[in-house]
Structures are given as structure tokens and as C-alpha cells.
Design a binder for this molecule. Structure first.
Ligand code: ZN
Length: 84
């Protein structure tokens, strides 16, 4: 697994811009082989309420342009830092 962080050089500094179509608003994160574990509590009426939810990613995580599908995974680490 490569660990290079590339900081985008968009305007203003640090904005990711798709190198292929120029899109800077729509992005998609794709996680492969995700294990989602959710704990439930059964209520007296037989219904279930989710208590906590744990997601583990075993595969690759990709970050792509939401418009043309260009692979922007090199910006993924930056995306994680900037996603609130
Ligand atoms: Zn694009």
C-alpha cells in the first residue's frame, strides 16, 4: 500500500480539482471489502434499535471524480483531512 500524500494545487490552495474534467464539487469515495457490524437492542415490543455501528475496511479505498470517474485516489488522504 502506497502512502504518498499529494496536496492539490487548486485555487484557493488545497481544493481538489479533477484533472480530467475540471469538476471541483462532486466526488465519490468507494471502499472495497467493508465489514459493517451493528449492535441492536430488542425492545419490549419486538422492534430493534441500532446501538452502535462499526465499519472496517479491508480492501482498497478509492476516491474518484463524481462526474467523469477519473481516479483521484492520490488526493484521498487530503480528502480525509478536509472532510468534516
Ligand atoms: Zn472529472
Amino acid at each position: 500500500m502506497k502512502n504518498t500524500v499529494q496536496i492539490p494545487a487548486g485555487e484557493p490552495a488545497g481544493r481538489v480539482v479533477c484533472s480530467s474534467c475540471g469538476n471541483k464539487t462532486d466526488f465519490v469515495e468507494i471502499a472495497e471489502n467493508v465489514l459493517v457490524t451493528t449492535r441492536y437492542v430488542q425492545n419490549v415490543d419486538g422492534s430493534f434499535t441500532p446501538e452502535e455501528n462499526d465499519t472496517e475496511v479491508y480492501g482498497e479505498v478509492k476516491f474518484i471524480c463524481g462526474q467523469c470517474g477519473e481516479d483521484l485516489t492520490r488526493y484521498h488522504a487530503h480528502f480525509l483531512e478536509m472532510s468534516f
